[in-house]
Every structure is written in structure tokens, then in C-alpha cells.
Design a protein around this ligand. Structure first.
Ligand code: GLY
Length: 297
């Protein structure tokens, strides 16, 4: 507690406190002044608000900017960039309401310019791969860098050793090359010989969710009109087939993702929203502002 208190004196508000263990996505507290920060520290360290998860607390710099998700594929020695994406985590339009697993995504991200991505490569990706080697970790697969663009500089928010959802639904459709040889090359450590071609079109993914999600929601509702979708890819997430096999039913919070591609970002958006509107079930919910902040339409 004493060490944490003295460290707070060296930093500036707002203070970001993070329970170091798993806390169901609720372990981050943002405090506007030192008094609030000290009370929160007490809650975490002494009153053990998150049990063992808050035995150790990380005090972080507060960052303000726009998030983006950057993905690489690596054979442990070499790495290659995949298309980047931006996801939309809150349930409500204008980034309001509770966090979800993700309500939609867009790829490419217009502010991920060559200059910005060079900083990402030099400051974040290369040191990460070098670090894995230095620690004798033979990691082969995808790395997900959850970044924030703070005045043109990338900062790491989180790492994941997987792709993202719903980023994948925008990212994979933008990879024009065959993905199988790419994956095979990882086991042979020959990724450097592979060429990954990107589709330059914009991909927009809109996630359709159950009413009530991310809280409680009903399951087993019939989904209608899937066959009315002709301009988008339809990804089933929380769906099931009825016992008789004649109906598609809801079976989760995030039910279906629709992705559309187009040279014109406005058209990609239009197609995904037409598809989102065409599919129906009782209480179907989606965000109406996917891409609105970055696509500048
Ligand atoms: N969309 C964020 C994640 O997959 O973690």
C-alpha cells in the first residue's frame, strides 16, 4: 500500500488502477484525483475487492485516443502483418453502455497510415517477436496487439494470442491469398517465403445480438429471413438448429455477424446495414454507428 501511495505521487491524474488478475473485465478503475485513487487502492489491496485478482495492482498511465487492433502471423522468427481493424466494444451507439465482446468492426482503419504502421512495427511488433525469442518461447500463430493511437503514437493496451472477434469477420475476408499455405508455413518456419495479398476494399461487420445482451437474454428464438441476405457474408456465432432441423434459433448473446466488402466504404456500410435489417428475430439488436467515427462518410 505504501509503495503504491508513493508511486501515485510521481504520476498525474487521472490515475488508472488495474487488478493484475482476471476480474471479468471489471478490474480497471479510473480515478480523477489522488483521494479517489487512494480509496480505490485500499479497496483493491486491503479489502481485496477482486479476491486474489487484486492482490497485485498495476498503476498505469492514462491514455486518450482511438483504439485499433493490429494482427500479425508469426513462425516465431519472421512475422507478417494482416489487415488491421477497429472494433466497437460498447453495446450502445456513440460508445455508450456496458462493454460487450464486440458489436462490429471495420477494416482497413483510415488512420493506420504507412507512417503510423511503421511506428507499430518498429516500436511494438519487432520488439515483441525479439522478446519471445529472447525468452525461448517458440510461439507460432497469430498475435493480436490491442493498441491506442495517442496523437499519432501507438501504445499497447493488451496482447492476445489469437485473432479478435468481431475483427476476424472483417480481417479474414480481406486476405486474398490462400490462408492454408500460410498456416502450414508456420510449422516449417518458412513464413518469409509467403506473400499475403490484401483486398483493398473496405470491410464492415455488424454484429446482431440478443435483446438484453450483455446482460441476461432469451435463447431459442426463431431467426427469420436469412435467405434474404445476398450482399453480405453471414457468420453464425450464437445460433443453433432446432431439433427437427427446420429452424435456425438464437443460442447466445452475439448471434450473427454480417460482413460486406466494397471499394466505397459507404457502400460496404449500406450493404451490411441492409443485411442487418433483413434478418429478423424477436428483440434483434445492433449498433447503428459502426464505422461512423472513422470512415468519414
Ligand atoms: N474484439 C476484441 C477481442 O476479440 O478481444
Amino acid at each position: 500500500m505504501e509503495a503504491a501511495r508513493s508511486f501515485l505521487q510521481l504520476t498525474r491524474p487521472p490515475y488508472v488502477l488495474k487488478a493484475d488478475g482476471l476480474a471479468a473485465g471489471k478490474g480497471v478503475i479510473i480515478c480523477k484525483d489522488i483521494r479517489e485513487a487512494e480509496l480505490s487502492l485500499e479497496e483493491l489491496l486491503i479489502k481485496e475487492r477482486f479476491g486474489k485478482a487484486s492482490e497485485k495492482v498495476v498503476i498505469e498511465e492514462y491514455l486518450e485516443g482511438t483504439e485499433l487492433s493490429v494482427f500479425v502471423i508469426t513462425d516465431g522468427k519472421n512475422w507478417k502483418l494482416l489487415p488491421e481493424a477497429k472494433d466497437y466494444k460498447r453495446i450502445g451507439d456513440g460508445d455508450t453502455g456496458p462493454n460487450t465482446g464486440g458489436m462490429g468492426s471495420v477494416s482497413p482503419v483510415p488512420f493506420a497510415s504507412e507512417e503510423f504502421m511503421k511506428k507499430v512495427a518498429d516500436r511494438i511488433i519487432t520488439p515483441t517477436i525479439v522478446g519471445l525469442t529472447a525468452e525461448n518461447i517458440d510461439y507460432r500463430g497469430f498475435i493480436f496487439f490491442g493498441l491506442m493511437n495517442v496523437n499519432g503514437n501507438p501504445y499497447v493496451i493488451e496482447y492476445n494470442v489469437r485473432l479478435g472477434d468481431p475483427e476476424t469477420e472483417s480481417v479474414i475476408p480481406r486476405i486474398k491469398s490462400d490462408i492454408i499455405p500460410l498456416l502450414k508455413s508456420l510449422s516449417r518456419k518458412s513464413l518469409k517465403d509467403q506473400i499475403i495479398a490484401f483486398d483493398p476494399r473496405t470491410a464492415v461487420t455488424v454484429m446482431l445480438v440478443s435483446a438484453g445482451y450483455p446482460g441476461d437474454y432469451p435463447k431459442g428464438l426463431e431467426i427469420y429471413d436469412l435467405n434474404k441476405v445476398s450482399e453480405s457474408l453471414v457468420f453464425h456465432a450464437g445460433t443453433a438448429i432446432s431439433e427437427k432441423g427446420d429452424q435456425v434459433l438464437t443460442a447466445g448473446g452475439r448471434v450473427i455477424a454480417v460482413t460486406s466488402l466494397d471499394e466505397n466504404p459507404a457502400e460496404a456500410l449500406r450493404k451490411s446495414y441492409d443485411s442487418a435489417n433483413a434478418i429478423n428475430w424477436l428483440g434483434k439488436t445492433f449498433r447503428n454507428d459502426i464505422g461512423a467515427d472513422i470512415l468519414k462518410i
